[in-house]
Design a protein around this ligand. Structure first.
Ligand code: HEC
Length: 211
């Protein structure tokens, strides 16, 4: 093999390398890989779900009853209370039906309408001296059998707190002297906060007699 032959072989190899590199440059010029867009599909991200849960929790706060009552609608409550009328009389001096007459119900002793044969559950509330406050009526109407297990009131309850507040506002009107709603300001104060100053106030009082 002479040097000319060798040059041809080396030339062919270099030429091939040049061609391959050229194809590589050309391919890169044509295709631009898409980068920096993250994974092609959404992977579950626990941190974000936790944040979403945390957001969801305060989304359904329990509005205190006095606040609901302050904006309650008695006429909407009257419509909502139609389902009560099959069992309850709501007129003044109304007679007992399947359930006791409801005139003057707010502020009345529980299980106290004369001539009505109450269940043992409501008789027990009566014996305990429980009164139909707006709070107690709210609990009873939310779920009668939770408030008074064994009650004769065969009624599932009103689940919507706003509808209950409207019904309570309507029940308020069923009286010669309607009972005022509880003040909204009193309710939102958390019990823990209220207890702390009380404990502080007690301390100086205990020291006072010593001096
Ligand atoms: C299926 C019949 C029925 C329906 C519907 C019904 N009640 Fe009653 N209700 C009763 C009966 C029966 C009692 C007596 C419960 C007992 O003795 O345990 C009662 C008791 C009550 C009491 C206690 C009265 C008292 O004197 O202590 C209230 C308040 C009351 N119902 C309100 C309502 C309201 C408001 C509605 C509608 C949202 C309603 N009820 C729907 C049958 C019914």
């Amino acid at each position: 093999m002479d040097s000319f032959e060798l040059n041809k072989i080396i030339g062919a190899i270099l030429g091939t390398l040049l061609f391959v590199m050229g194809v590589g440059f050309l391919a890169e010029a044509i295709y631009h890989p898409i980068e920096g867009r993250g994974p092609g599909y959404a992977l579950p991200e626990p941190a974000e779900t936790a944040a979403a849960d945390a957001d969801a929790a305060p989304a359904a706060p329990v509005t205190p009853l006095p606040v609901l009552l302050a904006s309650a609608d008695a006429s909407a409550g009257e419509s909502a209370a139609r389902k009560c009328l099959s069992c309850h009389n709501v007129v003044k001096d109304g007679t007992n039906k399947q359930g006791p007459a409801l005139w003057g119900i707010v502020g009345r002793l529980e299980g106290a309408h004369e001539g009505f044969a109450y269940s043992d559950a409501l008789k027990a509330h009566n014996a305990a001296g429980d009164v139909w406050s707006y709070e107690n009526l709210d609990h009873f109407l939310a779920s009668p059998k939770t408030y008074a297990p064994g009650t004769k009131m065969a009624f599932a309850g009103v689940k919507d707190p706003v509808e209950r507040a409207n019904i309570l506002a309507y029940l308020q009107t069923l009286a010669d002297a309607p009972v005022p709603f509880p003040a909204p300001e009193a309710a939102p104060a958390p019990a823990a906060d209220a207890a702390a100053p009380a404990a502080d106030a007690a301390a100086p009082a205990a020291e006072a007699p010593k001096t």
